[in-house]
Write a protein that binds this ligand. Structure first.
Ligand code: GLC
Length: 409
């Protein structure tokens, strides 16, 4: 099978990233598609620029929130479908942050903060545009505007992790001149990842030979069949904390830490990255609920992160959701739903503890310990079958997914 390039390998190793959807729409608090669903009048909508101060946007705080959660990269919406750029478009358009009361280049602040704290900056960039009339009236001219916009992002901010495009699905039959767009990136940022969101309906699709990673939107990613691929592409799944990408004040449907941690593990099971989204408030403040959810994931990552970063897909079988990843001289055994153990009149949990069987284990196991408290686990290996006795989570803990490390010969 084809081997991943260095950039793809590094991308896969990062494993977990933070997505940020923030733009003029955030001032209305009803999702990033509010123009399309509620307004449909750009003369009206563009007034949001006049009240955009970004006074609560603190790039360092955002980067540290991601870092604390265990994210290694952040993908920021430098321009979303509304057409407003958080960066200085250098004269290409007046619909950008420097021309708003904010008067700053927010992408510059973002990149500086990323570099300071060793987080890799990625740029989300829309291809669909509700503001630029050429998108509808003169597509060729629009594509040149898009290409120049991307060129600015590739030349003004130092080394970036990659570009994340979104919107081609809006004009599926048009020629997007991708050779030129992607060629511009390769010219200025040869090591940057090129990602294009193929949309909800086209999960895991490769739309162009330059694409480095396919996308999955919401749910769970499926394993990629790389046998017929001429080049190795990675996979990334993006996921909302509730039901919208841009902040929705009346969207109460937040996911639980259990769902989020399980999702991260399920992504890694098939070798995909998880890109978990936050939607900051009107002027860039991070919403407390979103910060808290990320911080719980961070607490979990502090204990089990090694398995998330180091573990690679491993062909083996198990009953239920449990699975194994391969690390360097070891296996990581992911165990779901153990629940806390304790006095039976007090604690409801621990019901799934006990012996679990795995098959297809080609490595010889020497010892197995929980990653958290290093307790040794009893096991037996018979050929490719491995039986492990999972003790429950000790009283006082409940790990959602608990990971054991098996040292192999
Ligand atoms: C969709 C939406 C968009 C969002 C993106 C994130 O394509 O159009 O609003 O940014 O998904 O994956």
């Amino acid at each position: 099978m084809v081997k991943p390039s260095k950039r793809v390998e590094e991308f896969e190793k990062m494993g977990f990233g933070m997505f940020v959807h923030w733009g003029l729409y955030s001032q209305l608090g009803r999702g990033e598609w509010t123009y399309y669903h509620h307004i449909r009048d750009m003369n009206e909508y563009k007034k949001l620029k006049d009240t955009f101060t970004a006074e609560d946007f603190n790039a360092e705080e955002m980067v540290l929130t991601a870092k604390k959660a265990g994210c290694k990269y952040i993908t920021l919406t430098t321009r979303h479908h509304e057409g407003f750029s958080l960066y200085d478009t250098c004269g290409l358009s007046v619909f950008d942050a420097p021309h708003s009361p904010c008067g700053r280049d927010l992408v510059r602040e973002f990149v500086d903060a990323c570099n300071k704290y060793d987080i890799v900056p990625f740029f989300y960039h829309t291809t669909l545009d509700w503001y630029n009339k050429d998108y509808v009236n003169d597509f060729e001219t629009y594509l040149e505007y898009l290409r120049k916009s991307v060129e600015i992002l590739c030349t003004n901010y130092g080394k970036i992790g990659g570009l994340w495009f979104d919107g081609n699905w809006n004009k599926p039959d048009d020629d997007w001149k991708l050779d030129e767009l992607y060629g511009t990136i390769r010219k200025h940022q040869p090591e940057a990842m090129i990602i294009n969101n193929t949309g909800l309906g086209a999960r895991g699709e490769i739309c162009h030979p330059e694409i480095d990673s396919v996308t999955f939107e919401q749910g769970r990613p499926t394993p990629l069949n790389r046998e017929k691929m001429s080049k190795y592409v990675s996979a990334e799944m993006c996921y909302t904390l509730n039901d919208h990408w841009g902040i929705g004040y009346s969207d109460f449907n937040y996911k639980s830490p259990k769902e989020l941690v399980e999702c991260l593990c399920d992504c890694r099971k098939v070798g995909a990255n998880l890109l978990l989204n936050i939607g900051p408030g009107p002027q860039g403040n991070i919403i407390p609920m979103q910060r808290e959810l990320l911080s719980i994931i961070g607490d979990w990552m502090n204990i089990f992160g090694e398995a998330i970063y180091e573990g690679k897909p491993y062909e083996s079988h198990s009953i239920g959701k449990n699975f194994i990843l391969k690390g360097d001289g070891c296996l990581y055994i992911f165990c779901y739903d153990l629940g806390p153990e304790g006095m039976k009149d007090v604690i409801v949990g621990g019901k799934y503890k006990g012996v679990y069987a795995f098959s297809g284990i080609k490595d010889k196991v020497k010892s197995i310990k929980w990653l958290d408290n290093k307790e040794e686990l009893d096991f037996a290996q018979d050929g490719e079958n491995l039986m492990v006795n999972f003790t429950g989570s000790p009283y006082g803990t409940s790990y959602l997914v608990r990971v054991a490390k098996a040292v192999t010969v």
